[in-house]
Design a binder for this molecule. Structure first.
Ligand code: UD1
Ligand code: CA
Length: 455
């Protein structure tokens, strides 16, 4: 039986933020959510999260049926924090302690540690170029761990040690129940340190198993925004690498941000500075141009999103072309081979198969059929200041440039709107609507001349 305890009560003073540290996002999700995901991969019987600073916000954002919360009212140290959850753990289980601010440790690394901890405490360590800030691993002549000394309590000799405590510790529940109450806070920070249980166990002649990971990034703890960014970039790099191995072409793995989930078909290309949010799926042969933001979007086979487009809660049909500089807002659905060009905004709009809205246009609350041509500068006037109204445009309609379509409005199949019209009444099938001032040409007209009295 495995039970996971995640410590997440600390304030994170060095973040200089009102947001509790564990809620700061990595790839768009709270860092704590990533730790909980990893814990779940291990298939534990329970996941206990110790919260304190900003407890209500943390609980609200991460509520799930498989999580048991324990509140640490005062943040008196990692040992004290672990004690708050311990009464909820079952004797006979192995307890794995994780930190809510160490989000990149993979489950595979933790599995070995958990296995070793059936007999006694086990600790995950790492060897770092720069160990400053971390607790150092103190070993005896035989190389056995004798204790962990915190950076702030370390002697100059101990500070030179490059092997550090990652914070990941596993132990039989009984060992924690026995040693945690014995931990004292007579140290520089006057805190109850969790790793002190190891020193106490060693004094009882117990052996501490250690695992040393080679990867610095796996164990990087986030204490400030520099480390937050280091972890973010590493996380993004891993996601990009995974996609490339799956056959996606990425112009620059360092300039792709996936803050959510992305699934891709075959032969997909992502140009630089693409940002993916929420759930995005791209079909085969899709290409996303530079500086596009896609949020909760489905893009079907062969569609091209050209640079600088912002697309949210939309479905893009097969072989569509979008942008450059298009803004597709929620509720936009493009039929196959539809085209939405530059400086076009759409919202709650069905744009039928093969229809074209190519330039400088607003299409909102609109149901548009197939093979429609919308001229440059067309506006659906969907809002009367109180209510939104729908514009229905039939198959094969042609709307001339600079038309205003005042909703509610129907333009029936094959209708034709002359350029510059303000259309307020239904246009019947195959009819031509002209709704603009008649042109007058005035012969012999004199241009204004320069005024004589100008100084
Ligand atoms: C801790 C370890 C250090 C290790 C480092 C690895 C201790 C005493 N020190 O130091 O040996 O090298 O992590 O990253 O364990 N927390 C609580 N309640 C508290 C204090 C902390 O829940 O009262 C939580 C924090 O929210 C955080 C985690 O425990 O998620 C670690 O606390 P932090 O203060 O960041 O410890 P470090 O100084 O980084
Ligand atoms: Ca830390």
């Amino acid at each position: 039986m495995l039970e996971v305890v995640i410590l997440a009560a600390g304030q994170g003073t060095r973040m200089k933020s009102d947001l509790p540290k564990v809620l700061h996002p990595i790839a768009g999700r709270p860092m704590l959510a990533h730790v909980i995901d990893t814990a779940r991969e291990l298939g534990p019987t329970a996941i206990h999260v110790v919260i304190g600073h900003g407890a209500e916000r943390v609980r609200e954002q991460l509520a799930a049926d498989d999580i048991t919360w324990a509140v640490q009212e005062e943040q008196l140290g990692t040992g004290h924090a672990t004690m708050q959850a311990l009464p909820n753990t079952a004797p006979g289980s192995t307890v794995l302690v994780l930190f809510g601010d160490v989000p990149l440790t993979p489950a595979s690394t933790l599995e070995a540690l958990v296995d070793a901890a059936r007999e006694g405490p086990a600790l995950l360590t790492a060897i770092l170029e720069d160990a400053s800030g971390y607790g150092r691993i103190v070993r005896n002549d035989r190389g056995e761990l004798v204790g962990v000394v915190e950076d702030k309590d370390a002697s100059p000799e101990q500070r030179a040690i490059r092997e550090i405590n990652t914070g990941v510790l596993a132990a039989p529940q009984e060992d924690l129940a026995h040693y945690l109450p014995l931990v004292k806070n007579n140290n520089n920070q006057a805190e109850y340190y969790l790793p002190d249980v190891l020193g106490l166990a060693v004094r009882d002649g117990r052996h501490i198993a250690t695992f040393t990971t080679g990867s610095e990034l796996e164990i990087l703890g986030i204490n400030d925004r520099v480390q937050l960014n280091t972890v973010e970039r590493e996380y993004q790099r891993r996601q990009a690498e995974k996609l490339m191995r799956e056959g996606v072409s990425i112009a620059d793995a360092g300039r792709l941000d996936i803050r959510g989930s992305l699934t891709c078909g075959r032969n997909v290309f992502l140009d630089v500075n693409v940002i993916i949010e929420g759930e995005v799926s791209l079909g085969d042969d899709v290409s996303i141009g530079a500086n596009c933001v896609l949020c909760d979007v489905e893009v079907r086979d062969g569609a091209q999103i050209h640079p600088m487009s912002h697309v949210q809660e939309a479905v893009i049909g097969n072989n569509c072309s979008v942008g450059p500089f298009a803004r597709l807002r929620p509720g936009t659905v493009l039929g196959d081979a539809a085209r939405v060009g530059n400086f076009v905004e759409t919202k709650k709009a069905n744009i039928g198969r093969g229809s074209k809205v190519n330039h400088l246009t607003y299409i909102g609350d609109c149901d548009m059929g197939a093979d429609v041509n919308i001229g440059a500068g067309t506006i659906t006037c969907n809002y009367d200041g109180v209510n939104k109204h729908t514009t229905r445009i039939g198959d094969g309609v042609f709307v001339g440039s600079n038309s205003t379509l005042v909703a509610p409005l129907d333009i029936r199949q094959g209708g034709f709107v002359a350029a510059g019209s303000t259309v307020t009444k239904e246009v019947g099938a195959e009819e031509l609507a002209v709704a603009r001032g008649k042109q007058r040409n005035i012969a012999g007209w004199q241009r204004p001349g320069r005024r004589e009295d100008k100084d």
